[in-house]
Write a protein that binds this ligand. Structure first.
Ligand code: GLN
Length: 283
């Protein structure tokens, strides 16, 4: 009979071979999947590593492992991903929150003064991770979040309820449902991958909603639209902050200038990549 440690070792070896994961990552994934399959904590796995496993439990783990080996993202299998230190429910209806996007949140927080009733709009909220984090970090801010996918909004609403965040959610194709409303700060992580980018056919992204990833031949279709349309939804002096692809910062700054936003700038992530660009509209 297999022990917990034995099963985890076999699983890690298969994850490393089949998915090309580094050994360390493979071992971590094996533990995450086992903890989920058996509804135990990672600490339990260590404390029980020499336990023999009942067949039923081994089978539950095998089923989950098979799905992972077929490429399904860990976050969709466990239904959860951490963002800015909080757990978010994720389903295949939403993009899996990425560490990169924490830069967008950090930049927005730097601009949203605590204790003042700033209005914030999050475009294409998906899991809600950006809007909900901003609402929780800045309780005085009034945060509105839109997404055109009702299924995504249902996930975002669930996350807001679970984390106790007060966010107004609206089904809207970008600004469509917002009529003449204006905000102090507009943030967004729109789709920005070029259609046909080989990146779309590799790894986790194959299982994520295409509409949340790809955006026209150069990946800039949605960014172009948002930069143009956001002007009519910002108060004078309001700030637009957008996440974009690793090589799109110059193009995004050029779009901002072309649409009359003075002094656009970009911010780098921990890897030194310009990941977020933004500008204030004139007073
Ligand atoms: N950063 C994501 C990726 O490269 C793309 C997210 C997006 O398009 N907004 O997979």
């Amino acid at each position: 009979m297999t022990t917990v440690a034995g099963l985890l070792e076999q699983a890690a070896a298969r994850l490393a071979t089949d998915l090309g994961l580094a050994k360390r990552e493979a071992r971590l994934e094996a533990r995450v999947l086992a903890a989920h399959a058996w509804a135990v904590t990672p600490a339990w796995l260590i404390a029980h590593d020499t336990d023999a496993l009942p067949t039923e439990q081994a089978a539950a783990f095998d089923a989950l492992l098979a799905r992972r080996l077929a490429g399904e993202p860990v976050a969709y299998l466990t239904g959860s991903r951490e963002f800015f230190g909080r757990p978010f429910v994720v389903t295949p209806d939403v993009l899996i929150p990425r560490h990169d996007t924490e830069l967008l949140v950090e930049r927005a927080l730097a601009q949203i003064p605590p204790g003042r009733p700033t209005t914030v709009l999050d475009l294409g909220t998906g899991s809600g991770c950006v809007a909900i984090t901003l609402a929780l970090e800045r309780p005085q801010a009034r945060v509105t979040a839109v997404d055109r996918s009702p299924a995504a909004l249902a996930v975002a609403q669930r996350n807001a309820a679970l984390l106790g965040a007060d966010v107004e959610f609206l089904t809207s194709d970008w600004f469509e449902a917002l009529a003449f409303r204006r905000f102090d700060c507009i943030v967004g992580n729109p789709p920005y991958v070029a259609a046909g980018d080989p990146h779309l056919s590799r790894g986790d992204v194959r299982f994520e909603p295409a509409a949340a990833l790809a955006s026209g031949p150069d990946g800039l279709d949605d960014l172009r639209h948002l930069i143009e349309a956001a002007r009519d939804h910002l108060v004078p002096g309001g700030l637009l902050l957008l996440e974009h692809g690793y090589d799109q910062a110059p193009a995004v700054r050029a779009l901002l200038s072309a649409h009359g936003y003075p002094r656009s700038r970009s911010w780098t992530d921990l890897a030194g990549i310009e990941r977020v660009s933004g500008a204030e509209v004139s007073e």
